[in-house]
Design a protein around this ligand. Structure first.
Ligand code: MN
Length: 435
């Protein structure tokens, strides 16, 4: 993936006149993520997050403050979805970022820009794009190994894993923005000691800590995206929770893979952290262990190997109904790093399109669950609770092997690199409600 340039928008000395942006854990002026919100009494429209506020792209586009590519990008992002802006690709998106960074950091523009800002807490978040297609990968190698071990202790990774970025086609209609209630799904499951399945609410509800990758310009049907230009296909990333019903999954997944165990809901954080904002946090893809195969040439690119991974910490927190009632803060279940992905985002994009399959602006890819190598860094309760054998003990004494009604699951993430202002994703949360 080509490395976006580091420019004045990443300058750690740059400050916004929006006071809440200074030291903001997610949205300092160095981030400027893209999203869609509905302000009080208004319809959904494109916006950029800055501190505790959001900048209305429609009002900005209608002003005299932008020109050229930046104005075209703001105009394309002023509707109820960002697909048209994503379709423009990197150059107009970069022009918009540079213009907005200047407007928000130069006091001279304050009186003209301030009326275009809304308080984020007053706005309703929406999905950033109309998602035409959603696919989920499986590139978290520790997760794949841990889950494989539950079924095949001696041979956890299947022979294709180190040759192919494994994935499946998910369901776009049930991808929802952070805060959407999680209705416990019902379905078929079969107890190990029974021949016939039961129907009812899942007894093994789980979460999966993933990154979501948003597609920018995409590719025409029949025209694969080469690895050298895969960077242009990626608009940015968000957090993604691939809610999973493990008992439904175990019964239904053979021979065609996940179906109703996964497609009842997928939660994403509201903001697209753009490829430009990610530039300082790009890092080398970790070297493959000795003896692992090299990727086939269509998946291998020197630039991608040297800068295609991300320096990000990712966390899962839980807050049960009882913890909230007793005043306990959310409890961190795990903390892991984005570097535990065996394949880069660019390799996922390239593999997805190599047969001619077309990716379209606003499509969403999940990376797969990102777990680390140790027990503090597991990205699902299936792994933390060892498939139901070792419950996690929470503050207040409750135990969890799977997610219960009333539980809130929160994903959080932060990108950091020496010499740069850290940026975050914003929340990705959901409370589970009974069937
Ligand atoms: Mn998944």
């Amino acid at each position: 993936m080509a490395r976006p340039v580091i420019d004045e928008t990443h300058d750690p000395a740059r400050q916004s006149w929006v006071e809440s942006a200074a030291g903001h854990p997610d949205f300092p002026v160095q981030n400027l993520p893209l999203g869609v919100v509905a302000p009080p009494g208004g319809g959904a429209r494109g916006a950029i997050a800055i501190g505790d506020l959001v900048l209305d792209l429609g009002e900005l586009a209608a002003s005299e403050l932008l020109e050229g590519a930046a104005k075209a990008a703001a105009l394309a992002g002023s509707g109820a979805s960002l697909n048209a802006l994503l379709a423009l690709g990197a150059a107009p998106r970069t022009a918009l970022r540079r213009a907005v960074s200047a407007l928000l950091s130069d006091e001279a523009y304050r009186t003209r820009v301030e009326p275009m800002l809304h308080r984020a807490e007053d706005c309703t978040p929406h999905l950033p794009a109309n998602i035409g297609d959603y696919s989920d990968f499986y590139v978290g190698i520790h997760h794949a190994t841990n889950v494989g071990k539950l079924f095949r202790p001696d041979n956890p990774l299947l022979p294709n894993y180190k040759h192919v970025p494994i994935g499946y086609h998910g369901r776009a209609s049930s991808v929802a923005v952070s805060g959407t209630p999680v209705r416990r799904p019902a379905g078929q499951r079969r107890a190990p000691d029974r021949d016939a399945p039961l129907f009812g609410p899942t007894a093994r509800l789980d979460y999966e800590l993933e990154l979501g990758v948003w597609i920018a310009s995409g590719n025409a049907l029949g025209e694969p995206i080469p690895i050298g230009s895969a960077g242009d296909a990626i608009a940015g990333i968000s957090l993604l929770n691939d809610w999973s019903a493990r008992d439904l999954q175990a019964w239904e997944y053979q021979p065609l893979g996940p179906f109703l165990a996964k497609n009842f809901l997928t939660t994403v954080s509201p903001w697209i952290i753009t490829a430009e904002a990610l530039a300082p946090f790009r890092t080398a893809q970790p070297a493959r262990p000795a003896g692992d195969p090299q990727p086939l040439p269509y998946l291998l690119d020197e630039e991608d190997q040297s800068s295609g991974a991300l320096s990000a910490t990712l966390e899962v927190l839980i807050s049960t109904a009882r913890m909230r009632a007793e005043g306990h803060p959310p409890f961190r279940l795990s903390r892991t790093a984005a570097s535990h992905m065996y394949w880069t985002m660019a390799q996922m994009v390239v593999h997805h399109s190599v047969n001619g399959c077309n990716l379209r602006p606003g499509d969403l890819l999940g990376t797969g669950t990102i777990s680390g190598a140790d027990s503090e860094s597991l990205g699902s309760l299936l792994e933390l609770g060892e498939g139901g054998r070792r419950p996690v003990v929470l503050p207040g004494g409750e135990e969890r092997c799977f997610v219960e009604d009333g539980d809130e699951i929160l994903l959080a993430g932060r990108l950091g690199a020496p010499g740069f202002v850290p940026i975050g994703f914003g929340p990705c949360r959901g409370v589970v409600h009974p069937r």
